[in-house]
Design a protein around this ligand. Structure first.
Ligand code: PMP
Length: 361
């Protein structure tokens, strides 16, 4: 069996140790005589699995007791709607930072439920930079401020947490959650689709301050109200049981990496290796993103000669380096370096890039 290095943006690489563990436990989980995917979500075994996963996430991220952790479905895309539905709380306006494709989608969805004030937009820079804080037009009456700490497509990552004053801060952390420590108490709500740093797709994690729960817009489907999920420990209906189990295994693995501080050191090293290779290529490879906000998780780059794109993709694939094609909206290449991408994977990519540039440059 040969494993490739998977640089896909999500669903993405999983830690091999986690896959092995799941394989060992797949048919007969801990002597229960059944697979986790066959268990009742109301049975003792699964309730333990879910409670352990939540406890591990709370430990890893240092989530205060005043926050609910919800295991939902519908992806981050459903949160684009659930956030305004639940957090407008009688107000009419919400603040949004527009820094790329994913914040654009969040804004479009929020407009279905209320008025959106675009605090600042990265459009002038082609979404390669974060607009200067001094230019932000924050509305002190906003119901909340939403931003995208890491734009998965553009590769723009906030090196700081925005200061929203008394306005609750909401973050779509889909592609950066668990990549480094974060002060959860600065946020009103954090959400993330699982399929990058948490586990398989099908699970969405929501971390929400308790006082923001319970004021959903009237007339909405009950499944879109955080309260029903908070009151029922995410078991109002059948939760995504197998992804929750896998997420729990990933959380255990993260603890073995030294928690989020340990993971951050590894992630910074991996990112530096790749950005240094791009910078040191004499212009053969170009990263369009401003240096101060280059993502540790998603690294977009182009080749000086786009005519070589096809050869780059073909030869990198032959070298066992997969899913390097950039998002269709930006072209070029993108290497996603999520937690589970081993350092050897990045080293192999950098070796390949140097060799390719030497042969084709
Ligand atoms: N937000 C961000 C930052 C993302 O990267 C993605 C998926 N790539 C989404 C939202 C959409 O997530 P989902 O497919 O889980 O709805």
């Amino acid at each position: 069996m040969a494993r490739i290095f998977n640089f896909g943006a999500g669903p993405a690489v999983m830690p091999q140790a986690v896959l092995r563990k799941a394989q060992e436990e797949l048919v007969d989980w801990h002597g229960s005589g059944m697979s986790v995917m066959e268990m009742s979500h109301r049975g003792k075994e699964f309730l333990d699995i879910a409670a352990r996963a939540e406890a591990s996430l709370r430990t890893l991220m240092g989530i205060p007791d005043t926050y609910k952790v919800l295991f939902l479905q519908g992806g981050a895309s459903l949160q684009f709607a659930m956030v305004p539905i639940n957090l407008l709380r009688g107000k009419t306006r919400a603040d949004y930072l527009h820094t790329g494709e994913w914040s654009k989608k969040a804004i479009a969805e929020a407009r279905r439920f209320g008025e959106v004030n675009v605090v600042a937009s990265g459009e002038a820079s082609g979404f390669t930079d974060i607009p200067a804080v001094s230019d932000w037009r924050l509305d002190p009456q906003a119901a909340y401020l939403h931003y995208t700490p890491n734009e998965t497509i553009g590769g723009v990552e906030f090196p700081f947490i925005p200061d929203a004053g008394a306005v609750p801060l909401v973050a779509d952390m889909s592609s950066t959650i668990l990549s480094r420590p974060v002060d959860v108490s600065r946020f009103g709500l954090i959400y993330a689709g699982a399929q990058k740093n948490i586990g398989p797709s099908g699970l969405t994690v929501v971390i929400v301050r308790e006082d923001l729960v319970g004021q959903a817009l009237p007339g909405m489907p009950i499944m879109l109200d955080y309260r029903i999920h908070a009151d029922n420990e995410s078991m109002y209906n059948t939760p995504p049981t197998f992804p929750i189990y896998m997420a729990g295994l990933v959380f255990d693995w993260l603890k073995e990496q030294g928690g989020l501080a340990g993971m951050a050191r590894i992630n910074e090293r991996k990112a530096r290796l790749l950005y240094d290779a791009i910078e040191g290529s004499g212009g053969f490879y170009i990263c369009p993103v401003a240096k101060a906000c280059r993502s540790w998780m998603n690294v977009p780059f182009t080749l000086k000669d786009a005519g070589l794109d096809e050869a780059f993709l073909k030869e990198s694939k032959a070298a066992g380096l997969l899913q390097l094609k950039g998002h269709r909206s930006v072209g070029g290449m993108r290497a996603s370096l999520y937690n589970a991408m081993p350092e050897e994977g990045v080293a192999a990519l950098v070796d390949f890039m140097r060799d390719f540039a030497r042969r084709r440059g």
